[in-house]
Design a protein. Structure first.
Length: 95
């Protein structure tokens, strides 16, 4: 791969990331900055329960409540089955 290709790929990745965060900011009514979104998403971890699904290990916040409300899914108060998790991933893909 040529150096120009690498620069173009890096720029494209950065641009896409910025676009995704701007879309999230808009969907969340600009209540949260990109920095808050990034820090909060990094804290949204799950523990896999073999054969059952995923248990949230993060603490609910204003951000997680707004995220769930804006995107129409819940992951904060129950075990999320693998089937439900796949459905969430599919529903939140950018079209």
């Amino acid at each position: 791969m040529k150096r120009d290709d690498r620069i173009t790929a890096h720029f494209t990745t950065c641009f896409m990331a910025l676009a995704i965060f701007r879309i999230m900011e808009k969907k969340l009514n600009e209540q949260f900055t990109c920095d808050t979104i990034i820090r909060s998403l990094r804290k949204m971890n799950f523990k896999e329960l073999k054969g059952e699904g995923f248990e949230p290990t993060y603490t609910r916040t204003d951000f997680t409540d707004a995220l769930h409300e804006s995107f129409g899914f819940r992951t904060d108060y129950e075990i999320v089955t693998l089937k439900q998790m796949k459905k969430i991933f599919k529903a939140t893909k950018i079209k």
